[in-house]
Design a protein around this ligand. Sequence first.
Ligand SMILES: [Zn+2]
Length: 310
Amino acid sequence: MSFSSVTKAEICRTGSGKECCELAELSAVIHTAGSISISGGAFSLRVDTENAAVARRVFALIKNLYGIQAKTQMQTNHLKHNHIYSLSVERETARMVAMDTHILGDEGLEFGTDADFLSSKCCQIAFVRGAFLGGGSITNPEKRYHMEFVCGQKEFATGLLNIIVKLGVPAKIISRGKSHVVYLKEGDAIVTLLTMMGAHSSILSIENIRVLKSVRNNVNRKVNCETGNLSKTVNASVRQQESIEYIRTHMGLEKLSPALREVAEARMSYPEATLDELADVLGAESKSGVNHKLRKLNSIAEHLKTTRGE
Ligand SMILES: [Zn+2]
């Protein structure tokens, strides 16, 4: 199951249980996943969803609020390998649901959000839950932080954005084709909204991933730092080997003092060794003593080059 499906299933299991909130949630689900048709004066209202938990939730909301069982249907889309669950109510029930959820007003269909209908905070949160169940998705936070609500109508998207912002959560809006998308990009904002919506296990996994990400960043920083040190060692070693090679060719290593010659031979035998490792190879030598002798070899080579006019 995708992260979205898991989150939706979790949200479907919670809720304030208050009638005002259930109407607000149902309203947003219908706005984002519903359709209303009128044929021959007969009103019908349908919600389509690919998510079985959302379908059960809508069924339960209608049953709680109106005491009736919505007509349910499942269709299998063999091309997409998924199911579409449809719930519908007809005629007077449909009209009543549409009016109670402020989708049908005195002057026809309402595409925006009604401030009076959604004046309490509990209902605003329920409304956001419904919009997420109907048109929302959340990317697996291991990949990136992104949560969005796809809305068909611009008025609805703007209304939803205002509600989310009023709840203290930063969100933005863009148009994508014919849709209007309200989205959240920050980990904190997503966690805050999910907390309000009751998706507690999803938050836990986001928080775990955030901890993992920061550990991973620290490890990467450390590895980069160590790689930096390693390349410094390698660069220094290459220069030392060039110096030693130059001395061997133009002066002869046998002319070096025994201590310098010993260090020169150790460096040529262990080109990738760090100063500590070279000191180990050489027995009693300290790291700084080895470093000093390697520098001495570099300066002897430089001196040879100058005297040879190179
Ligand atoms: Zn409420």
